[in-house]
Ligand binder design. Structure first.
Ligand SMILES: Nc1ncnc2c1ncn2[C@@H]1O[C@H](COP(=O)(O)OP(=O)(O)OP(=O)(O)O)[C@@H](O)[C@H]1O
Ligand SMILES: [Mg+2]
Length: 463
């Protein structure tokens, strides 16, 4: 799961929990308040009715009492009935004429209107200090419930709206926060990937003073040190190879001189010298390759450009490999297109590329197979390819075989080992000509093997 999503998920769950809790808390508080208010309102109504009853009793006007009762009933829709009872328990006035002049019985309470649930409130009526009877009011519980529910519904809607707005704002905030955290981490990850690819000049801009800024600063310091180490290593390799090159040259010269006079050597001596010469040549090749790689890395590879025809050079390389190919029973096939245009480049360096590709193909091809060297044009480029039917290169290695010292460890250990520098040099040479080199494995028209391509611009920029 991505970090941004994790932060969002965590923040939104937390937000949701807090909002729900606060909403429930507010809702219950409001509910208590509304219920209290409703009962208080009923109390006020009671006092109001009592006032009117007392007034009409003082005036001893029974008709007025009845009028007031009716008036109260119309004015306050929550009232189901009003009954006024004297001290002798006679009903002296009632909102329902059926009960007039009847004897009051406790079982009558709350049952005045059948089918309606009623809250009965009873209060003594005093005129001065004299008790004159009782007032009983039946409030409709359904009406009370409706009133409370209506208000609760309003509160509920407001809470939901506020919660939605709060959640939306919170989510936007969490998104912003997640971005603030994730963006520098992504930048760091991108930079680490570039460093991993060997681009040691990569640096990150340090913004702010928080932990991520500290991490970026430390990352830059690490990259700086890696860069310095890499430079030291390159300097070391370059000076060591230079130092090795001169004495090795002298050894080769003396060996050649000695081999020119075989008559002065014993039979074993001659054989040993030949072996010495072969090994010295291998060592010299390795040192030359190392020197080339170090030149490429420092941008110091000298390219001596000239216009030249590529076909003779390619045919020359084919001729050179004919004998070693025959030894392995391998057929070298040329698919060089006729009338190729001239190339502006370093013929010797490009020959080195083709030699390397064919020597790889020879090294990895099974006996009695076919290797094709092809050349043609493709748009504004010259395309050269070397195709074999060897084991090929698995996709996960294809991006790395052009790195120095990278070799694929295959099951066939009989294949003579190289140094892993050939393709790195080939890439360096092709790229310094403004071209590209790549592999297709297996090639489109085969099920096994590999095809190495390189392309060179026919009209290089700036010429
Ligand atoms: N034609 C090929 N078929 C299969 N694998 C190949 C082929 N060409 C290159 N490779 C793989 O790529 C690796 C790198 O090749 P590269 O030419 O750089 O090094 P090398 O041939 O091992 O050594 P060097 O060329 O320095 O003697 C090889 O070790 C091999 O694993
Ligand atoms: Mg090679």
């Amino acid at each position: 799961m991505k970090l941004r999503f994790k932060i969002l998920l965590f923040a939104s769950s937390l937000l949701l929990a807090v909002i729900v809790l606060v909403s429930v808390f507010i809702y219950w508080g409001e509910r208590r308040f509304i219920i209290q208010n409703a009962y208080q309102e009923q109390e006020t109504i009671e006092q109001g009715v009592m006032q009117l009853v007392r007034e009409s009793m003082l005036l001893r006007d029974d008709l007025l009492l009845l009028k007031y009762i009716r008036f109260s009933l119309e004015r306050y829709p929550g009232i189901v009935y009003i009954a006024i009872i004297d001290k002798e328990k006679n009903i002296i006035a009632h909102s329902d004429p059926d009960y007039w002049k009847k004897k009051y019985e406790p079982k009558m309470s709350g049952l005045w209107k059948k089918g309606q649930q009623v809250r009965v409130v009873r209060q003594p009526i005093y005129l001065g200090n004299v008790l004159r009877g009782e007032q009983e009011i039946g409030f409709s519980l359904a009406y009370l419930g409706q009133q409370i529910n209506r208000q609760l519904m309003q509160i509920f809607r407001r809470i939901v709206l506020a919660a939605l707005i709060a959640f939306g704002l919170g989510l936007a905030g969490a998104f912003f926060l997640a971005n603030q955290i994730v963006r520098p981490i992504m930048k760091l990850a991108g930079a680490a990937e570039l460093i991993g690819q060997g681009k040691l000049d990569t640096r990150i801009s340090v913004v702010g003073k928080d932990e991520l800024a500290f991490l970026s600063k430390e990352f830059n310091r690490m990259a700086e040190q890696l860069n310095e180490l890499e430079k030291m290593k390159e300097d070391f390799v370059s000076s060591v190879t230079h130092e090795l090159r001169s004495p090795l040259g002298a050894i080769e010269t003396y060996l050649n001189l000695m081999l020119e006079r075989p008559e002065e050597l014993s039979e074993h001596g001659y054989e040993y010298l030949i072996r010495l010469k072969n090994n010295t040549a291998r060592l010299a090749n390795f040192i030359n390759d190392l020197l080339d790689v170090s030149r490429i890395e420092r941008g110091g590879l000298v390219i001596r450009r000239n216009y030249f025809a590529i076909t003779p050079m390619l045919e020359d390389v084919l001729r050179f490999f004919r004998v070693p190919a025959e030894k392995k029973g391998i057929q070298l096939i040329s698919q060089i297109a006729p009338d190729l245009p001239q190339i502006y480049g370093d013929v010797e360096r490009l020959r080195q590329v083709v030699v390397n590709l064919i020597s790889n193909a020879l090294k990895f091809s099974p006996e009695s197979s076919v290797i094709i060297l092809g050349a043609g044009t493709s748009g504004e480029n010259l395309l050269v390819w070397v195709k074999d039917s060897g084991p090929g290169v698995p996709p996960e290695h294809q991006g790395k075989i052009f790195d120095k010292f990278y070799q694929v460890v295959g099951p066939d250990t009989s294949i003579q080992k190289g140094t892993g520098l050939g393709l790195a040099i080939a890439r360096g040479i092709v790229e310094s000509h403004g071209g590209k080199i790549w592999i297709e494995s297996p090639p489109k028209d085969q099920t096994t093997g590999s095809c190495f391509y390189f392309s060179l611009p026919l009209n290089p920029a700036g010429i």
